[in-house]
Design a binder for this molecule. Structure first.
Ligand SMILES: *[C@@H]1O[C@H](CO)[C@@H](O)[C@H](O)[C@H]1NC(C)=O
Ligand SMILES: *[C@@H]1O[C@H](CO)[C@@H](O)[C@H](O)[C@H]1NC(C)=O
Ligand SMILES: *[C@@H]1O[C@H](CO)[C@@H](O)[C@H](O)[C@H]1NC(C)=O
Ligand SMILES: *[C@@H]1O[C@H](CO)[C@@H](O)[C@H](O)[C@H]1NC(C)=O
Ligand SMILES: *[C@@H]1O[C@H](CO)[C@@H](O)[C@H](O)[C@H]1NC(C)=O
Length: 222
């Protein structure tokens, strides 16, 4: 009986690995060891928002090493809520059959996993970490840590006319430029980059971040 319970609990720990690793858990126990995105003393992380840009991720994660571009299948990119830092809606990924999200796959020191969770506001339940398969070259998939907003949008912003896009679905101009620069740097497809350029933004410019990340000259459609 005791042995059965033990096996069940180990099994349950593995099953929930894709949803676990909240940083609140990571101090006192060894939960994170079962996360499938961990390999040795590194973990994989998929950035699809501002963290596609090397200069941006290195501000807070200087140990991040770029693996290359990656693709998250059966999810869509969307924007929701508001962040003070960027003065607009931050990006999220939402399950969506047959849609794909492109981004950048990074390898980061495992010791800094809880730091990344902190940065993403996991303790405040702003973002939630998931372990998802990322397709990348050459013909491989790697499980990576991916953060999705806890407060997910219930509609698809891509179906909205630009002028009908509510304020809480619009990224700031500065944030969108950061995504565009990161997407180009990562070598994402022209179609994806051009689509990013066309997204409705709220016009807000955050000078400090534009200077820090060299975003002044990034081309944008609107
Ligand atoms: C997490 O794992 C459970 C059990 O393996 C699975 O049912 C669920 O779809 C997974 N969720 C995600 C987001 O991958
Ligand atoms: C975590 O793992 C380490 C090394 O295996 C061990 O020494 C420690 O006691 C474990 N901590 C907990 C809370 O299980
Ligand atoms: C997704 O693509 C498959 C294969 O092309 C298709 O059979 C299916 O209907 C699509 N699902 C949706 C929701 O579009
Ligand atoms: C990464 O972890 C090390 C060791 O805990 C710590 O000294 C360092 O500040 C962390 N780096 C970041 C960017 O949080
Ligand atoms: C990709 O890998 C799968 C499984 O290893 C293999 O079946 C497939 O032929 C590969 N495709 C290409 C284009 O190399």
């Amino acid at each position: 009986m005791f042995v059965t319970l033990l096996i069940l609990s180990v099994f349950a720990g593995n099953l929930s690995a894709n949803q676990s690793g909240r940083s609140g858990d990571s101090g006192g126990n060894n939960d994170s060891i079962v996360l499938p995105e961990i390999i040795g003393d590194k973990f994989y992380y998929f950035g699809y928002g501002s963290n596609m840009l090397t200069k941006r991720i290195h501000l807070q994660n200087p140990t991040a090493i770029k693996v290359g571009s990656g693709q998250l299948n059966d999810y869509r990119l969307d924007f929701h809520t508001y962040t003070k830092r960027w003065e607009g809606a931050p990006a999220t990924v939402v399950p969506h059959q047959n849609r794909t999200v492109l981004g950048t796959l990074w390898e980061i020191d495992l010791i800094n996993l809880s730091d990344l969770d902190e940065q993403e506001g996991v303790p405040q339940e702003i973002y939630r970490p998931l372990s998802l398969s990322i397709a990348h070259r050459p013909n491989r998939t790697t499980v990576a840590r991916v953060y999705a907003l806890v407060n997910q949008p219930s509609t698809d912003f891509k179906l909205m006319q630009p002028d009908d896009t509510p304020f809480d679905r619009q990224p700031s101009k500065t944030y969108l430029k950061c995504l565009i620069k990161g997407a180009i740097e990562t070598g994402l497809t022209n179609d994806y980059v051009n689509w990013l350029k066309s997204i409705k933004h709220n016009g807000n410019v955050v000078d400090e971040l534009e200077n820090l990340l060299d975003l002044k000259d990034v081309e944008i459609s609107n």
